[in-house]
Design a protein around this ligand. Structure first.
Ligand SMILES: *Cc1c(COP(=O)(O)O)cnc(C)c1O
Length: 367
């Protein structure tokens, strides 16, 4: 069986360093808000090319806290509209509704899976105050154009970078384009902790100061609470694991790109649509997502022939039980994507034989 993603194999590559870092944290006697976190925040900010990285407990909190901070700063108010792609993972939308803001679900460009400028333009109203582009599957959204339309309409931009660590446009990384960005380090993400973790990046000094407090009970100084904050800290153990794995992220991304190139040049089954890309650096291949009108048949066939697959995602957010209020929406592009997408194995530890097996098996599928 070719695994979809083998986390044990990935983390085994760095076993000695991870265990050393783990021992260092245990022996330090200091487990929350210490030198490991400071060190990782500094390194991650440098790697992203931004002034500030703020470690938090997970990717959802990263998004929630940025919107919350903008409310504290008077830049957003209850009921303001936030434009978000309709085909995103539900976390992007939860971050909006948990702040009593209004999500405006916009159809993606079906060829990139991301927001398009045309889609955004049509959705802007008097109440629009922010755009939340999601760099889905590892491909960065058209950030130059998005920042231009945001500037013209005086909108805030929060990038959801949970799937796109290191994707660039003209050499500039995601997480440094918008006014702020949220990252997830969930174990299966391209930079994965050994538990839950996340971070916010921004070049805005004032926003960073509010966020440093909000993640820690609203406090900059112990027992003095400026805001009604939450507890969403990135602990020392996960910060230490992430600092080890960050050193190898560029290498893993290069391997993901090699695997994707092999898939793109060698998969040629007429019943399958491959992702199309413009510039290799725009994509870090968190997922390699193909499309077919006969998804269940393909998935069953691949399961039976030793290729593990997953669906990202089977049900669109507006059809989830949690979002009764969005149920009336008709979003045919997203709905059709949710019926046709299938993610095939994408793991930097795949062997040449694994890649070849996936390609031959996919090409051998007949309807
Ligand atoms: C994973 C993910 C999140 C949430 O990250 P967690 O760390 O699991 O909270 C948010 N947005 C997108 C697009 C994701 O894929």
């Amino acid at each position: 069986m070719v695994d979809f993603l083998n986390l044990k194999k990935i983390n085994n590559c760095y076993e000695r360093e991870l265990k050393e870092a783990c021992s260092r944290v245990i022996d330090s006697g200091w487990y929350i808000m210490g030198t490991e976190l400071k060190n990782f925040e500094k390194e991650y900010a440098e790697w992203c090319g931004v002034k500030h990285a703020i470690g938090v407990a997970n990717g959802l909190d990263a998004l929630i806290l940025v919107l919350r901070a903008w409310k504290e700063m008077g830049k957003l108010q209850d009921g303001d509209e936030v434009i978000v792609p309709a085909n995103t993972y539900i976390a992007s939308i939860l971050a909006i509704t948990q702040n009593d803001l209004t999500p405006v679900l916009v159809e993606p460009d079906p060829s990139t899976f991301n927001l398009s400028v045309e889609g955004i333009s049509k959705a802007i109203t008097d109440k629009t105050k922010a755009i939340l582009p999601v760099h889905l599957y590892g491909r960065i959204s058209p950030m130059k154009e998005i920042m231009a339309i945001a500037a013209k309409n005086d909108l805030l931009v929060l990038e959801d970078c949970a799937q796109s660590h290191g994707a660039t446009i003209d050499g500039q990384k995601c997480g440094s384009w918008g006014h702020a960005a949220g990252f997830s380090f969930y174990p299966g993400k391209n930079l994965g902790a050994l538990g839950d973790a996340g971070a916010i990046t921004t070049n805005d000094d004032e926003l960073a100061q509010v966020l440093f407090a909000l993640r820690n009970y609203g406090s900059h100084v112990k027992y003095q609470n400026k805001y009604k904050g939450i507890n969403s800290r990135l602990d020392e153990m996960q910060a230490a694991m992430l600092a080890v794995k960050l050193k190898y992220l560029d290498g893993e991304t290069a391997r993901r790109r090699e695997i994707a190139q092999k898939y793109l040049t060698s998969i040629n089954n007429p019943h399958i649509d491959l992702p199309n890309i413009d510039d290799e650096q725009e994509h870090v291949w968190h997922l390699f997502v193909i499309k077919t009108n006969h998804r269940q048949a393909l998935k069953d066939y691949l399961d039976n022939n030793g290729v593990q697959t997953l669906i990202h995602y089977p049900i669109p957010p507006h059809q989830q039980a949690a979002y009764e209020e969005l149920k009336h929406l008709s979003l045919p592009i997203s709905e059709s994507l949710h019926r046709s997408v299938l993610s095939i194995p994408m793991d930097p530890t795949m062997t040449e034989a694994d890649i070849e097996h996936v390609i031959n098996t996919v090409n051998g599928w007949v309807l």
